[in-house]
Each structure stands twice: as structure tokens, then as C-alpha cells.
Design a protein around this ligand. Structure first.
Ligand SMILES: [Zn+2]
Length: 75
């Protein structure tokens, strides 16, 4: 994770609830659809969009890339 992203989350705790973190690789990204909700107000949506990519997690809290790797390894 970039230093800018770490600093951003340290300085602005409100942004944390907009962010998903993969429980396997630790990658962070904004929650899908979050920018279209009320959370996108106050400029927070623009900020997360600038520093993060969208990151979808499955029910286990794992991103798509890791889900793919884990599925492959379990065969
Ligand atoms: Zn991951």
C-alpha cells in the first residue's frame, strides 16, 4: 500500500468506512457503489477515488484476485 493511502486513512478516520481491505493480501480499495451513496458527500468520495481503486470482496472478505488464487490452490 502506498504511503499516501496510509497517511490518508490515518488522518481521516471517516474514510475508513468507505474502504474495503482484503483479508488475504491486505489490498485496500473503495467499496463498490460507495460513490453513488450518501458517503460520497463531503468530498470523501472524490478523495477515495483519487487514491484508491474499486475493490470488491466476497463473503469471506477476500478480493477477486485472491479468490481466484485460493480456488486454484484448493484443487
Ligand atoms: Zn486479496
Amino acid at each position: 500500500m502506498g504511503e499516501n493511502q496510509s497517511k490518508l486513512l490515518r488522518d481521516n478516520s471517516k474514510l475508513k468506512k468507505l474502504i474495503n481491505e482484503c483479508s488475504f493480501c491486505g489490498k485496500k480499495g473503495y467499496k463498490p457503489g460507495i460513490l453513488e451513496t450518501a458517503h460520497g458527500e463531503y468530498g470523501a468520495g472524490l478523495t477515495v477515488k483519487k487514491y484508491f481503486e474499486e475493490l470488491a470482496l466476497n463473503n469471506s472478505g477476500v478480493c477477486k484476485a485472491c479468490e481466484f488464487i485460493l480456488a486454484k490452490n484448493s484443487k
